[in-house]
Design a binder for this molecule. Structure first.
Ligand code: ZN
Length: 199
């Protein structure tokens, strides 16, 4: 039983990105030996987050309200919609201080080799968002990664939105090919946002 419990903890830690069998073992024993308070706090925070965080009805990011604080902010320009792959990417765009519109967070990217299709990027929710009539989107800015999967995702979304008569732009080049947004410095990202071009 004792061994099962430890093994269960080790196996559970392997859901973390980049954590293989060895790292999972090390993490498990570190938590048990030296970080018991921290481990309890972590377990509680995960349980609480899972119970209370859901997708924002408008932008699909995580929030504990039906509509997140960004979407609910009347100071934001609701005619602009920036489409990003993750909440982390949204944060990066915010940090460039070049954008005051709203967002849609895909929570993924198309990847045929891994079987990731339109469902995995919340395409239905995005289409609903741009056609719900609440505030017309005059420009959708696609800010996916500059990787093959990011390009594929951008191309697909661009087609879907273009057929619905929405102007689609993309972040300007100048960002190295193959980059995820996290690898791009904020100055370059700011220029890419300001110099965005029709897709
Ligand atoms: Zn939102």
């Amino acid at each position: 039983m004792n061994q099962d419990r430890i093994q269960n903890l080790i196996d559970s830690l392997r859901v973390l990105p980049g954590v293989g069998p060895k790292s999972a073992q090390r993490l498990a024993f570190t938590l048990l030996q030296y970080e018991r308070d921290g481990a309890a706090q972590l377990a509680g925070a995960i349980t609480d987050a899972l119970a209370h965080l859901q997708h924002c009805q408008r932008c699909h990011t995580f929030t504990d309200q039906p509509i997140c604080s960004t979407c609910a902010n009347p100071k934001r320009n609701d005619a602009l919609l920036c489409i990003v792959q993750s909440p982390m990417d949204q944060l990066l765009i915010e940090q460039t201080m070049t954008y005051n519109g709203l967002y849609f967070v895909l929570m993924g990217q198309l990847n045929p080799l891994e079987g990731k299709g339109p469902k995995d990027i919340a395409m239905d929710a995005l289409i609903t968002r741009v056609s719900d009539g609440e505030a017309p989107v005059t420009e959708a800015i696609i800010a996916t990664h500059f990787t093959n999967e990011g390009e594929l995702t951008a191309h697909y979304i661009s087609e879907q939105l273009n057929t619905r008569g929405i102007r689609v732009t993309r972040l300007a080049r100048g960002v190295p090919v193959g980059s995820e947004l996290e690898q791009v410095d904020l100055g370059t990202l700011a220029q890419a946002m300001m110099g965005r071009q029709d897709s």
